[in-house]
Design a protein around this ligand. Structure first.
Ligand code: ATP
Ligand code: FE
Length: 336
């Protein structure tokens, strides 16, 4: 089965071609335009998608060395995400489905971040059901009990900011360009994670709260800069390492709780923030410490990409789970 997949939920336009669970091509066009605004501007994102989508799809087909007549189905991100962005991918997918007379498959973006682990890769084992997924991205922070491909239950989530926002907003306070997450990761490698201490939220159950952290970082920076104007420049690595360390402690604490309360030791992480090297390292230590088996997606399948939409498309295709032309994009679209 050849599946073409489209992802356009936020600021990356992506198209991928899969042969069953194997990725033949995965093309991602990043939108540079948002950098100067320090965050994604929805209206500009949808305009850029509109410009990018046709060339990106053509590239995905030619890299896969496939003619569009060979395609078995088209999968697209229905939500969650920015409405104007989702509309571009949704409309494109509907048109292609009509033109080629092939089935249309809707995909939930957060389900795709989780099922990215099922993309076939050499020497990479796939998680066994049931497993716990920690989805950490720019808009979400969720702990999900994954019973099978289609049965997923959110057992914990953020009450305010997502982890990615905690990274990006803290980075912004430090004067780093958007998106700051990868930069904080890079700088943290040279810093002392215990140089500064930031408060941890007191949130019950398996839920998270990250809005307090950015406020703590802001007050800390303001206070220190008053005393020492060059404080941020001179301590940038240590500040980044300390912020990242705080975030990792918060995530690991809940993950341990989730594993304990469910008795599940298969742990997978996904979403853009799962690219973070500190998180990957500490998660891996959980194998020895708690007897976990951990799964980390290949780097290119962490941040937004169409390959992960394609793998969900493939399993839905086998399940004959198709949608029709009346389908509409959904900005808020729950997993469960
Ligand atoms: P969602 O998936 O919730 O709709 P999104 O699609 O915008 O949100 P992703 O593309 O999955 O989010 O992830 C982007 C986020 O990942 C950004 O906040 C970015 O800063 C963060 N990120 C990427 N790489 C790293 C890294 N190495 N360390 C920390 N954060 C990172
Ligand atoms: Fe995402």
């Amino acid at each position: 089965v050849y599946i073409i997949a489209i992802e356009s939920s936020c600021d990356d336009t992506s198209a991928a071609v899969l042969l069953n669970d194997q990725v033949l091509s995965n093309v991602v066009a990043n939108q540079k335009i948002h950098e100067q605004y320090g965050g994604v501007v929805p209206e500009l994102a949808s305009r850029a998608h509109q410009q990018n989508i046709v060339p990106v799809v053509h590239q995905a087909l030619s890299k896969a060395n496939i003619d569009k007549k060979q395609l078995s189905a088209i999968a697209f991100t229905r939500g969650p995400g920015l409405m104007g962005s989702l509309l571009v991918g949704t409309s494109f997918a509907k048109s292609l489905s009509l033109a080629l007379d092939i089935p249309l498959i809707e995909v939930n973006h957060m389900q795709a971040h989780i099922l990215a682990h099922f993309i076939k890769e050499k020497d990479t084992p796939k998680p066994e059901f049931p497993f716990i997924a920690l989805t950490i991205s720019g808009g979400h922070t969720q702990i999900v009990k994954v019973n099978n491909f289609f049965d997923m239950q959110i057992i914990g989530e953020t009450l305010d900011d997502a982890v990615g926002e905690a990274f990006d907003k803290s980075a912004k306070i430090l004067g780093l360009p958007y998106p700051g997450g990868p930069l904080v990761d890079k700088l943290a490698k040279q810093g002392n994670p215990k140089a500064f201490i930031f408060p941890k939220p007191k949130v019950q159950d398996l839920n998270f709260s990250f809005s307090g952290l950015k406020t703590a970082v802001l007050y800390f920076v303001q206070k220190q800069t008053k005393i020492q104007p060059n404080f941020v420049e001179e301590n940038l690595e240590d500040i980044c390492a300390s912020i990242q360390y705080t975030i990792i402690i918060i995530l690991m604490d809940k993950l341990k709780k989730a594993s304990k309360s469910t008795g599940i030791k298969q742990i997978a992480i996904g979403g853009g923030v799962s690219a973070n090297s500190g998180i990957r390292e500490v998660l891996k230590q959980g194998e020895k410490k708690y007897g976990w088996t951990t799964y980390v997606p290949k780097f290119e399948y962490t941040t937004d990409n169409a390959a992960m939409i394609g793998i969900v498309g493939y399993y839905k295709y086998l399940d004959k789970s198709f949608t029709d032309q009346s389908v509409a994009a959904k900005a808020r679209f729950s997993l469960s």
